[in-house]
Write a protein that binds this ligand. Sequence first.
Ligand SMILES: CC(C)(COP(=O)(O)OP(=O)(O)OC[C@H]1O[C@@H](n2cnc3c(N)ncnc32)[C@H](O)[C@@H]1OP(=O)(O)O)[C@@H](O)C(=O)NCCC(=O)NCCS
Length: 225
Amino acid sequence: MTGQGSIAYRLLHEDDIDDVIELLSEHYVTRESTSKCLSMTKEEILEYSDEIAREAIPQGLSLGAFDDVTNKLCGVTFGEYDLYKKPRIKDDNRTPIKIQYLQRLYEMFESISRVELGITNLLLADVLVVSPQYSNRGIGTQLMIRQADLLADLGFNYLLSFITSERALAIHTRLGSKCIKKVDIRTYRDPCTGVAAFKHADLKDNCIQVMCTYLQSLQSIKSKA
Ligand SMILES: CC(C)(COP(=O)(O)OP(=O)(O)OC[C@H]1O[C@@H](n2cnc3c(N)ncnc32)[C@H](O)[C@@H]1OP(=O)(O)O)[C@@H](O)C(=O)NCCC(=O)NCCS
């Protein structure tokens, strides 16, 4: 039966990109609150999944969870350098407006850490997904723990996540992450169009929470796992 075998975890590389795009388009963009509320078409879902996977995976800090029996990818967490220069095309008419809304929302969140909070030497982990037939087995939790472990070994101090799901919030909180800022999505306006694009997003207290994990306290994180 699917999802009952053991799970293997490893870093993702460029050969995994097609599988990551498939997982994201089937189980992330369709379920994660800020993308779900935009009611994207199938093409837009694929385009957005393609874009975020191709941005993150080549950076070499994203982890995948694989079913040991089928070798199928069943979960991912993305790690992205804060100062990575993203190949984004601004004001490009070919990028669907809903994808632009998402790009600009998360660009705003990425700048909060540096500009507003003055945190440097950090890694962003803003995509976490586990396919539904594998949920509630601790895979999301393991992905986060293993990523934090890896990043601490690489010398990063902070892991920052922009949380839009109660389940992800439960995982982060249980592992010691602290909420350092909340943004009420009802008051957020897209900076280019002024549209309140995410006002119908299903979010706890209508907020996206910026959660920060201090990686040097990792030993206490591990002991709680
Ligand atoms: C969030 C997500 C990755 C969790 O994956 P998962 O592998 O099922 O997570 P885990 O099994 O490690 O842990 C889930 C925990 O959340 C808790 N939880 C479950 N339902 C919950 C709810 N409705 N509200 C709050 N917490 C809940 C459980 O207590 C569980 O903890 P446990 O290990 O003590 O049972 C998965 O649900 C997902 O892919 N969601 C869609 C994409 C998304 O929204 N990603 C997060 C964006 S910030």
